[in-house]
Design a protein around this ligand. Sequence first.
Ligand code: SF4
Length: 253
Amino acid sequence: MSNAMSIQWWSESPKTIKSARVGVKEFVCYLAPHTIGALVFPELIPSTVCAGASIDCMRTCLAWHSGQAGMVPMGASDLYLNECRAARLRRLAVLYSARDEALDAMAAQAVKLASKAREAGMLPAFRPNGGSDLFWLGNGLAKRLNGIAQVFDYTKLMPSAMRDSNYHLTYSYNGENMASAMRALEIGINVAIVFAVPKKRALPMTWRTPFGEYPVIDGDEHDARFLDAPRSIVGLRAKGVAKQTFGKFAVTA
Ligand code: SF4
């Protein structure tokens, strides 16, 4: 068995499980975000796996600071590795040491999961960038899963348009990229915005921009973004570290 095949690439989370509300069985691939991989394996991994990240989104990144990944001693640095963080780092290292082999392994595991999902009457969907922002990763998976499953991601890199029919992208506002977010809306790509709104409190109904007013979808209801109506704002409530500090990217409602 190859190294890549021995890794479990896909997992579920409280957020992905919510997608069952709309008939979707969702799986995410969590990787070590932004500069972590490069700091630990400088010879293998490029300077960042999140080229569009802002200081605030790195500081509050849910892939490193929430759930099991966030269970670290008080004051621990981003380089402190618990079991969950180490697994995310290991996946990233394997991805960079044998890219095609890793993509094939991810696709092979996804095909099996997709088959089980369909047997259960659900639509299978995979989010490969659950802690990274690598177009080649999402696109590579989408090509391998064409006709088999939906692939989707959030991205902070400006998509020129939706490309593969089974690869859906939602642009993410990071506190510093409002002009690009406006451009995304203009060309029909939805934009995810974190609002400084507490859990269970309502999000605004609409969001006004210099180009017009857009409806706000409650993105915390489920995570199946490819089902959202086009030209919408995907409203998310601040979570994890962002909830305590409301970084610059959490906008006030
Ligand atoms: S771009 Fe996304 S995955 Fe990367 S650091 Fe920012 S929030 Fe985390």
